[in-house]
Design a protein around this ligand. Structure first.
Ligand SMILES: [Zn+2]
Length: 208
């Protein structure tokens, strides 16, 4: 069995999507200052690093994360590569033949950055045609390897995907993961009423 850690590191220097609060580990108690133990509090935006989006992120009456079935982010999945596209379009997705009910993780050139650069707008994301196509295919969950699923479209891709009830994983890191079938464990924190939450994304290859 081989495990792949597909999560980005959380630290104050990491890039975040504009508007999202970067992570801070605040020390409430510190042994080097005489405290009886080390005790911290973590502050961060809900869409920091590797994380899940629930429909409520863009759909006013949509489900929150605690309302989504656990198998939205845990279960059999497929990693498919689109390493040479600047934008994920319907035509690019058609080559992968997305399947009804599957968890599909897209490996693009975003994953080639071992350390994400400061936020940049030239990341690879899905355009609106790709978002609507995924909804028609009926995939259960789509995973992407940058901090947003969509290209520079103003929110319509999130709306198309989340409006179809599809779960989203963002900020995956897939550089070392070959294309193929895996078991995904990427359950987000069980935060009541949340529209998003960080997760530790792990892929399991039981055949290795
Ligand atoms: Zn998000």
């Amino acid at each position: 069995m081989k495990l792949y850690d597909c999560s980005r590191r959380l630290n104050p220097q990491m890039p975040v999507f504009p508007g999202n609060k970067p992570p801070v580990l605040k020390w409430l108690r510190n042994m080097k200052d005489g405290g009886k133990n080390n005790l911290s509090a973590l502050e961060l935006g809900s869409h920091t690093g590797t994380h899940a989006d629930a429909p409520f992120h863009f759909i006013a009456e949509g489900k929150t994360l605690d309302d989504l079935p656990l198998d939205t982010f845990v279960g059999p999945c497929r990693v498919a590569a689109l390493l040479d596209v600047p934008v994920v379009t319907q035509a690019a997705l058609e080559t992968l033949r997305p399947r009804n009910g599957e968890i599909l993780l897209l490996k693009t050139k975003n994953s080639l950055e071992e350390q994400l650069r400061p936020f940049h707008a030239d990341y690879v994301g899905l355009d609106i045609g790709a978002g609507r196509y995924l909804a028609r295919c009926g995939v259960k969950t789509i995973g992407v390897d940058y901090l947003s699923v969509e290209d520079q479209s103003p929110d319509v891709v999130h709306q198309a995907i989340l409006g179809a009830g599809i779960g989203i994983l963002e900020g995956l890191y897939l550089k070392d993961v070959p294309e193929g079938d895996y078991f995904l464990c990427a359950a987000p924190l069980k935060v009541d009423g949340a529209e998003g939450a960080p997760c530790r994304a792990i892929l399991v290859d039981f055949q290795a």
